[in-house]
Design a protein around this ligand. Structure first.
Ligand code: NIG
Ligand code: FE
Length: 410
């Protein structure tokens, strides 16, 4: 049995028995912080916490590891509810092309982008992909992340998509954090189906989905709904087929254009709608009548120099908001959620408190992990983050790029 006592914690964040499982609108400014606190863990389970002044020495002192957290904060680990962590190779050549003036769309139109990643992925074996992703996730955990969503979508063939999802299934089994898998066969039309879109949609519905259901390879179904990718009608057909196979929708919508995908995804019970660099009043209204979590990806906006999602408009309308990294080799080669927090504060005018809620409670809701993640409460085995010595919680967002995590308790 492993027992750990963290004492003299400068601020124990998001710890409490009454913390809601989602925070919306003005509530997002609220953060529960116990100052000068302790936290006791037994085999990773929270058995006691509170103010040092109320400390009653309720744990058995034998074999306890004592961690002096003087000057440091303790938070529930961040949750990354949108990533493409399984990929073959980085794509910095496209990044250089963009410096020279090409746009993300120009690069995609000449066979780069997602199709470039698909080509590279077809050259790697399942084992090679698995080993590369495993190393990435080890670094991801050290950066403060305690649960992860990973999408397929660089296979774009029956073999490629199933290979990716099998890799994710193996990662779920061997990594110490919770991982959720999303099937994104509808990420782009592969080269061979450029003139036969119907054929590719049939392949997704008739061949990929039955295999995924049989081998239980995914939790969610995603579609990239955008001009030159999948229309709203195509998205609806694919999502409905996924739902029939037990997968819940979680979709890429409104990255470059407003096509009505948000309303359709909400109508189909999407757990989250992600990107939303563009948003209009119809989107806001349909979200207000749903439990769907809007999720913004400021790393993608920063990296592609496209508009940042309007976090203020979303929050001020009374909606909940989650943030995620969108970690992928094309539009956001960064998994560091502290950087995402900084970008959200700097570019989207979110307060650090709103940002932390968006990366803990609300991100847990966007991954259906509210029962186990996003807050610290008795009996929970949620992953926990200990920061280095920092002057305040806002410093996490302020000192962008600095490494703030001292240790993770998983
Ligand atoms: O979320 N927008 C679609 N998909 C990814 C990018 C994929 C890529 O460029 O490899 C995204 O930004
Ligand atoms: Fe994405």
């Amino acid at each position: 049995m492993s027992k750990i006592l963290l004492k003299n914690i400068k601020g124990l964040v998001q710890a409490g028995e009454q913390i809601p499982s989602v925070r919306k609108g003005a509530e997002m400014k609220q953060l529960d912080i116990i100052e000068n606190a302790f936290l006791a863990l037994e085999d990773g389970e929270v058995i006691s916490y509170g103010s040092m002044l109320e400390w009653e020495g309720i744990i058995d002192w034998r074999d306890v590891e004592i961690v002096d957290a003087d000057g440091c904060y303790v938070l529930p680990a961040f949750i990354d509810a949108h990533t493409h962590t399984v990929f073959a190779k980085s794509r910095e050549e496209e990044f250089v092309d963009r410096i020279h003036g090409l746009s993300y769309e120009d690069i995609a139109a000449k066979g780069g982008g997602i199709l470039n990643s698909a080509r590279k992925l077809s050259e790697l074996s399942e084992d090679e992909l698995f080993e590369a992703a495993k190393k990435r996730i080890e670094r991801i955990i050290q950066s403060g992340t305690g649960a992860l969503e990973i999408k397929s979508g660089y296979g774009l063939s029956v073999d490629g998509e199933i290979k990716m999802l099998r890799v994710i299934k193996r990662l779920k089994a061997c990594m110490p954090i919770v991982i959720k898998a999303t099937f994104l066969g509808a990420h782009a039309f592969p080269v061979d189906y450029k003139e036969n879109k119907r054929g590719y949609i049939d392949l997704i519905i008739q061949e990929m989905l039955p295999m995924i259901q049989k081998e239980q390879l995914a939790d969610y179904i995603d579609v990239f709904c955008e001009h030159n990718y999948f229309s709203v009608a195509e998205m609806e057909e694919i999502l409905r087929a996924g739902i029939a196979c037990g997968l819940k929708p979680k979709v890429h919508v409104n990255q470059f254009s407003i096509l009505g995908g948000v309303q359709k995804a909400v109508e189909l019970g999407a757990i989250s709608v992600d990107h939303l660099e563009e948003i209009d009043e119809n989107d806001i209204q349909s979200l207000l009548h749903s439990d769907t979590i809007p999720t913004l990806l400021p790393g993608c906006s920063h990296f592609l120099s496209i508009p940042f999602g309007d976090a203020r408009r979303i929050i001020d309308a009374g909606l909940p908001l989650a943030l995620a990294s969108d970690y992928n080799p094309g539009s956001s080669p960064n998994y560091h959620l502290m950087t995402i927090l900084s970008l959200a504060c700097l570019k989207q005018k979110m307060t650090p408190e709103e940002g932390i809620n968006a990366l803990t409670i609300n991100a847990a809701a966007a991954l259906e992990l509210s029962e186990s993640h996003g807050k610290i409460a008795i009996g929970r085995k949620s992953p926990i983050m200990l920061t280095k010595e920092i002057p305040s919680l806002a410093y996490l967002a302020y000192a962008f790029g600095e490494e703030h995590v001292q240790r993770m308790f998983i």
